[in-house]
Write a protein of this length. Structure first.
Length: 90
């Protein structure tokens, strides 16, 4: 039997997929990042973050679901997101 993965869609709903997600995230903080993110992995090793862990097929889906990029593992994407936020608040 093929393994199924639980992912989040653009509406923020969970669905099952035979394709694993490319990105992980924190549903409480609404942050997404790479699966090898040193910050996320550090918290996971301490036993935190696990209950709020979500996965996305791709970056576009994470953004559509209302998540922002991680400043640690995706600094360029985070800078672009931050610039857009500043522009909207002016």
């Amino acid at each position: 039997m093929d393994k199924k993965y639980k992912l989040i869609n653009a509406s923020g709903e969970t669905y099952e997929s035979f394709v694993p997600g490319e990105l992980g995230g924190n549903k409480k903080l609404k942050i997404y990042g790479r699966l090898d993110c040193p910050s996320a992995n550090r918290w996971i090793k301490k036993g935190y973050y696990i209950d709020n862990r979500v996965f996305f097929l791709d970056e576009e889906t994470a953004i559509e679901a209302g998540y922002r990029p991680c400043a640690i593992c995706m600094p360029e994407e985070y800078q672009n997101w931050q610039a857009k936020v500043r522009k909207r608040t002016k």
